[in-house]
Design a protein around this ligand. Sequence first.
Ligand code: C5P
Length: 228
Amino acid sequence: MRVTAIVLAAGKGERFDAAVPKLLVRIGGKPLIAWSLRQLQRHRGVGDIIVVSSPFIAARLERLVRASRFTKVRSIVFGGERRQDSVLQGLGAVGRESGIVLVHDGARPFVSHGMVTSVLSAAAKHGAAVVGVPVKATIKESKGAGPVVKRTLDRSRLWEIQTPQAFRKAVLERAFQRFGKVAVTDDAGLVEKLGVAVRIVPGRYSNIKVTTREDAQFARALVREGAV
Ligand code: C5P
């Protein structure tokens, strides 16, 4: 089944306080988004790539795609207000021949070849799969939005979910049709509402999402240490 990857790069990067747009900030000698595009370009299981961009960086992304010979990028489309709106824009650009859609945050540079392989094979087999790691921290739920603890969650059953996430295209389309208006922070959130079981396949703690400048410093340190 042909696989299309949707790479998200349409966030405002508001929590990333810098003059350079977050997705273009340099990590280990190349723009942040180039890391995951390179990995997907090289993966034989990925047929083509759709980049969902904000209008502010689209021209620069186009130049990057050309200069880096990311030949699998079939189009660059504009995103929406929320992350899920951007995914929906990307989904609209997926070709008819694709049976599996892989969604990845452009802000997550260190996705590995193995993660892509395992999330794709789990999605082909089960319909929906995400990459995740066991939570290391103690997580407490507060009363309302205030700083008072309501309860401590059972860590042995908690996972930090990352991207890539992969789905049979029909499953993801159905999830958007039925629940697209519900606010979620990842794509699997909509698929869960359909009642489709979402498989978790092993991610890595190094598969970080660069949100703040501190994350970018951490990402550079991982590159320097040869940890990615
Ligand atoms: O906001 P969040 O940290 O969840 O963003 C994760 C990824 O989704 C980032 O790569 C960001 O560029 C992308 N995004 C998007 N469109 C939005 C919001 C986020 O493509 N409206």
